[in-house]
Design a protein around this ligand. Sequence first.
Ligand code: MG
Length: 383
Amino acid sequence: MRECLAIIVASGRGTRFGSERPKQYLPLHGRPMLQYTLKAFADHPRIHGVRTVIHPDDSALYQKAVRELDLMDPVFGGETRQDSVRLGLESLEDRNPEMVLIHDGARPLIGAQVIDRVIDALDKATGAIPALPISDTLKRVENGIIGDTIDRGGLFRAQTPQGFAYRPILDAHRQMKGQAMTDDAALAEANGLDVTIVPGDEGNLKITENSDLERAARRLNAQIRARTGMGFDVHRLEPGDGLTLMGLALPEPFCMIGHSDADVGLHALTDALLGTLAVGDIGSHFPPSDPTWKGADSTIFLNRATDLIREAGGVIEHVDVTLICERPKIGPYRAAMVERLADLLALPQNRVSIKATTTEGLGFTGRGEGIAAQAVATVSLPS
Ligand code: MG
């Protein structure tokens, strides 16, 4: 297979946003915008490596944004976008790929099909870019007055990724150094390379202003579905010297019996979270027959479930746990439990609910033989 690398240009300062951090690191549905961009390329089977060009001031922001992605090391950009692309291209000289796709970090909603179309077109042309025909009538305006109407026939809006055979675009960038061009295709054209177009995508919008970020969030929301999972668990209570409940050690004159630390509340919640992904239950992920989990801290189980949700691109929206028992009395512990759980899930406390009830002295919980727990979790997942 012909080697194709992606260069993601993410070194701009995004001054039109007036925010502290550059726009490519602003949150989009809870994650840095740049993470979407990079993931689209890192996950694409026909892209063999992703090199990001970043600003030296953004190293920490970048590392935080890309923690879970498999990428090449970033390189630092230059004064202008064109300088940054050239530096990205230069950094690949040893690897000498056959093709490169150059993409704006601020186009986070790039789809796999557009990437495919650009790569396909490079079979026949030295360069290929996604573009959309202009449907609005174009007016040339001077001092607020329309001068003339421009024939829009044959006019297209250029998007990225712009794909090229590697050597010719590297040479073009070297030759045009210092001469400002609007995009990489313009630079290729000026160097006599043939650049073709493939259909772009309206969803592949470039985030330039706050309103674009809102538009991207709306598009993303349209692709997000809420999933609800539920969990239930019971553990036996016996006289002892303390128990673990909702991740807290409670000094009580009894203990919980189980293979792990028997944290019934975290077990119900872990099952609810696994339920949102439809990936089995706590027993299938952590078999009680496995001695590894003997006496295990149940936050390990919870963390595994939250990792799986994050890997699936999901966001935990809300959790609600009900503890059903006569003893211990939950009231005095509740605030500490909410604080602990919010911490474990990295959620604000108003998205973490812990409730308690008794069964009016009825049944095993009523007789104080055990504690039951129910949990419901709501998770947003890309559809
Ligand atoms: Mg259990």
